[in-house]
Design a protein around this ligand. Sequence first.
Ligand code: S3P
Ligand code: PEP
Length: 453
Amino acid sequence: MLISKYSAPDFDPYGDNRADEPNTLWPAPVASGPVRATVSLPGSKSLTARELVLAALADGPSLLRSPLHSRDSANMVEALRALGVGIEERAGSGEFGADLVVTPAEELLGSTTIECGQAGTVMRFVPPIAGLALGPTMFDADDSARGRPMGAIIGALRSLGVDVNDDGRGSLPFTVHGTGSVAGGAVEVDASSSSQFVSALLLSASRFENGLDLTHSGERLPSLPHIEMTIAALEARGMTVESPETGHWIVSPGAIAARDVDIEPDLSNAAPFLAAAVVTGGSVTITGWPESTTQVGADLADLLPLFGATVTRDGDRLTVTGPDRPDGVTVDLSTGGELAPALVAIAALADGPSEITGIGHIRHHETDRLAALAAEINGLGGRVTELEDGLRIEPQPLHGGVWRSYEDHRMATAGAIVGLVVPGVEIENVATTAKTLPQFTELWGRMLQGGSR
Ligand SMILES: O=C(O)C1=C[C@@H](OP(=O)(O)O)[C@@H](O)[C@H](O)C1
Ligand SMILES: C=C(OP(=O)(O)O)C(=O)O
């Protein structure tokens, strides 16, 4: 069955704990003992975003099975539709909403406005596509996301022959004046504040007349696995990405193959659930854990044992069993910055100090996550010190209080981890978890009752 209009999934994303107002306080549930549960999770945000974009640029219709349905993915769907791409729901077998049929536009058309919400993937991945469209496309975002770095994309598009109007601050809002084609060619970007600049250009590159010869010029390149995920998604659709050296990628012009694809569960969103096992000495199993994957969340299987947890696999089920009390860790997390909030929450409850570094760039995520994590843990009596590129965490006995989420889904879920063992933690605006996991409070509640099945 094809339904003509994309709509929000028909589950109640907030269950009994719905937070209708941004400043509503959600009492984080306290675990009555070691958490023991089996949890299934919706599709990967990063895979859904890439497959939507590639399907939109492909040479025929593609089916996305078990995609994520969340605020970020809805922003991506609406952005591509605004440019003329057909995206329709089709009943699927997934537990978390419909499959999506994506039909590329015969001709991409601008003369539209795109709301990016808070989605880094939308604000970075879609402007190059708007360059391929005919007519101007204006990009804007939530107030809280307007300050996220965009200068590298704006500058790169100009070097590739696309006219972009902005106010000179390198951030949203701005307008891409698409002419129906992009010359492409050689370009240098500084992707030290986000790997998404590289992914964005690679995703559209084969549709540029001269392809793309992209060099990263900055000192560090964070979140490399996300770039590798982009390359793998391109290769699965018949493209070759040459990388003669680190930080240098070449894509030749060519067609992107239509393809039906299964979206894996979001392994980064598994982090708070697995952390629940680590901080309560319990045992949490995630279903549908892929045997091999490009998702950086798979690194949790190596990261959580550093805290003293045990990880086992049984087919597609990954189980984490916590120690009596987590150990402190010293870890460079430059490849997996999006895992930082959950790991910092564990570290705040550990029995020794931790240093988590290599994550200076997460100051540019949904909020300055280093400042936010330090402020919220310290607000509950903790001792967290900001380093230039990370945090030093010296665990203290914590007390209850309000945990601000800064319109950041991973700040909200980090507070929920702390609240499992610290009575009286109240999370402000837990509804912000809808960015990537609208069912968060429902799944969290179910986990505390033993899980879904
Ligand atoms: O390409 C992607 O899907 C993402 C890349 C990473 O961004 P940064 O490189 O900005 O950290 C990651 O943190 C983000 O959650 C998703
Ligand atoms: C950094 C994140 O999101 P975005 O894709 O908006 O950059 C994140 O989900 O942790």
